[in-house]
Every structure is written in structure tokens, then in C-alpha cells.
Design a protein around this ligand. Structure first.
Ligand code: UDP
Length: 368
């Protein structure tokens, strides 16, 4: 069996890395193709997980349109498939890379497996490309590896046969546990972590912030920044914000927040550094999907700057709160946590326990 893992962005790479290593450990003939829909942020992850892609399409272009990117992926994958000749390809999640690589594989008669399948908001209005990407990929995929019971149920409701759905947990927890072991080693030294230790005051509660979603471009990010400005006036808090490289995010955030001494704007950090930051944080404010999944394993509350989430399990289990992008709501909720509110009891992370990659590999070894 020849398997080709295809991905293009930072979160996909983080979530595919443990699976790649698990398949290799089991002597599967596995190769990696990256579209490099993200470049720098993807490379940081490949580097940390020691993955050298066999095929690198290097597609990132400034201000690339989604249609331009889609067309290029579709046409370039033919060449990759002709050389790699995979029996099966695995794509991940909800990016343009996932849906277009799946479609290209289908056109070539190649079996498609979808990792992190079944997440849904059922809101496909622009600018939400993710929902359409995941639904398209579900229509094409032959095997669906779901992270949770809710994701499995979504696929069953859409008529996917039970035999094609394998519930495994999310591989992001596998990645997180690998990173925690690595950075927890006594002799582990990372220059960026050492630098941040010197930069960030340790006697204050750290609010860690990230954001990248199209739905929040413009007003959403402006309101978030206003909320952070008001929270930053408190003496017991420090705000650390690794700013996404997308210009729609970067310009607003730097313009609004760069002059505040209590807010540390830094470029996106590599995965081990971000895991270290999450460990140090008091609470996390984010629109990221992966961070919503990781934070429960670290016992950190998450305020989600969205009104919907395709990850309802964390909200139901009390690990995260949807605060949207209303300035008042964000700042009031952050302050209520800083003032001692603790709506978060100990509970098991609903997204997984760290054995998802092994379950996926076991299934593939048995059936292919
Ligand atoms: N992350 C990282 N560096 C950062 C910010 C986030 O390595 O500066 C990691 C984070 O731990 C998580 C993933 O990137 O695993 C989330 O990526 P992102 O928020 O870009 O995408 P999403 O998860 O929403 O698809």
C-alpha cells in the first residue's frame, strides 16, 4: 500500500505529523506532498516534526484568490499523482488544499481518506470557505476519520455509511503530547522560549491571543483589539499576541496595538514555543480551531471570538465560551476570569486522548 499525505497549512501539518510518524513506524510506504498554501508557518512545523516533503508545490502567492489557488492545486496534483502513484491519499480538515486535493485524487481514481472529518457549522455563507471545504471533502472521501461522536453523527445524518466512518479522536492531541514531552526534557533549550522568558513579566496573569479567520477580518479584529486595549489597562495582566501573517490580520493588529507597553505583539511562533506559551497562559482568546482542541489538555480556558463553532464539544464540556467579536463582551468575560470566575471544572478533553494516529494507522493496516 502506498499512501500519500497531502496538506498545505500550519494546522494541517501539526495534525498530520503524528500520523506520518505512526505510519512510518509501521513500515507503511508513506510520502508527503505539501501545497504550501502557507509557507513560513508550515515550514516551522515540518522542521519541528522532522518531516521532509517528497513533493512541494510551493503555491503561496501574495493576495492569492481562492479560485486561483484551487485551479493551481487541481492542475498540479496530476503531476504529483503520476509520479507518486499512491493507492490512497489522506487529506485533513477544511482547507482549500483538502478539498481540491481530494477532488484531484477522485479525478485520478485514487481512494481518499479524510482526517478530522465530520465537523460542521452548516453555515456556508461567504466568507466562510472552511465549511464548504469540509462538506466538499466529505462528498468525495471514501473513508472518514472523525474526532468525536458529534462529528460521526453529522456524517451519518448526511447519509455516509457507518462502515466508512472511523471515530478516532483528534490527532492534534497526539501532536500536543509529543511536543510536551519534547519541551519538558530537562536539557530542552529553545532560543525563542529563552527570549520570551526574558520579555514577558512572570508575576502577571498572561492572556494569550491569536486569530486568523476570514469571518473576523475588518470589524471583528478591530473590536478584538479595542477589547484588548481596555483589558491591558489592568495591572495584573499581560497580553501576548503572536500575530498571524495574513495582511488582513497583521495590519489592523499592529496599527491598533503596537504602541501599548502591556501588549506583546510577536510574529507567529513555532509549535513548541506556542505550546510553551499556552502552558504559561492564564487564559486564551482565539478563533482558532486547533487551540480550542488543545487547551483542555492543558487546563486553560478558551474564549472563542466567534458566534459559531464547529467544535461544540468544548463549549458543552465547559472548556470554552463563544464570546463573538463584541468588544464589551470580550473584555467583560476576560475580566471575569481574571477576577476569579472559574466556570471550568476538571474533565476529560472531549477531542481526544493522544491515540488517534495509532487508531487511524491500525485501520489502514488492516483494510488496505
Ligand atoms: N500555533 C502555532 N503557533 C502560533 C499559533 C498557533 O504553532 O503562533 C498552533 C496551535 O498550537 C494549533 C495550530 O497552530 O495547533 C492552530 O492553527 P490555526 O489557528 O492557524 O488554525 P486552525 O486550528 O484554526 O485551523
Amino acid at each position: 500500500m502506498k499512501i500519500l499525505l497531502c496538506f498545505g497549512t500550519r494546522p494541517e501539518a501539526i495534525k498530520m505529523a503524528p500520523l506520518f510518524h505512526e505510519l512510518q513506524k509501521n513500515n507503511v510506504d508513506v510520502q508527503v506532498c505539501v501545497t504550501a498554501q502557507h509557507r513560513e508557518m508550515l515550514d516551522q512545523v515540518l522542521d519541528f516534526f522532522a518531516i521532509v516533503p517528497d513533493y512541494d508545490l510551493d503555491l503561496m502567492q501574495p493576495n492569492q484568490s481562492l479560485n486561483g489557488l484551487s485551479a493551481t492545486i487541481l492542475s498540479k496534483m496530476d503531476g504529483v499523482f503520476a509520479v507518486a502513484k499512491p493507492d490512497l491519499i489522506l487529506v485533513h480538515g477544511d482547507t482549500t488544499t483538502s478539498s481540491m486535493v481530494a477532488l484531484a485524487a477522485f479525478h485520478n481514481g485514487i481512494t481518499v481518506g479524510h482526517i478530522e472529518a465530520g465537523l460542521r457549522t452548516y453555515n456556508k455563507n461567504a466568507p466562510f470557505p472552511e465549511e464548504v471545504n469540509r462538506q466538499l471533502t466529505s462528498r468525495i472521501a471514501d473513508i472518514h476519520f472523525t474526532p468525536t461522536a458529534a462529528a460521526t453523527q453529522n456524517l451519518l445524518n448526511e447519509g455516509i455509511l457507518p462502515a466508512a466512518i472511523i471515530q478516532t479522536g483528534n490527532t492534534v492531541i497526539d501532536a500536543l503530547l509529543l511536543a510536551l514531552v519534547k519541551i519538558g526534557k530537562v536539557d530542552y533549550q529553545h532560543p525563542e522560549i529563552e527570549q520570551l522568558k526574558r520579555l514577558i513579566p512572570t508575576h502577571k496573569k498572561m492572556v494569550l491571543v491569536t486569530g486568523h479567520r476570514r469571518e473576523n477580518f475588518g470589524a471583528g479584529f478591530e473590536h478584538l483589539c479595542e477589547a484588548l486595549l481596555s483589558v491591558s489597562e489592568r495591572e495584573d495582566v499581560t497580553i501576548v499576541y503572536p500575530v498571524h501573517l495574513n495582511p488582513n490580520v497583521k495590519y489592523i493588529v499592529y496599527e491598533k496595538l503596537s504602541h501599548n507597553e502591556n501588549i506583546y505583539l510577536i510574529p507567529p511562533v513555532s509549535y513548541p514555543v506556542f505550546v510553551w506559551l499556552m502552558q504559561q497562559s492564564f487564559l486564551i482568546v482565539t478563533d482558532s480551531g486547533g487551540i480550542q482542541e488543545e487547551a483542555p489538555s492543558l487546563g486553560k480556558p478558551v474564549l472563542v471570538t466567534r458566534t459559531v463553532s464547529e467544535r461544540p464539544e468544548g463549549v458543552t464540556a465547559g472548556f470554552s465560551i463563544l464570546v463573538g467579536t463584541d468588544q464589551q463582551k470580550i473584555s467583560t468575560t476576560i475580566c471575569s476570569f481574571l477576577d476569579g470566575f472559574s466556570g471550568f471544572g476538571p474533565s476529560i478533553n472531549p477531542y481526544g486522548t493522544g491515540d488517534a494516529s495509532r487508531k487511524i494507522a491500525d485501520y489502514l493496516l488492516k483494510h488496505y
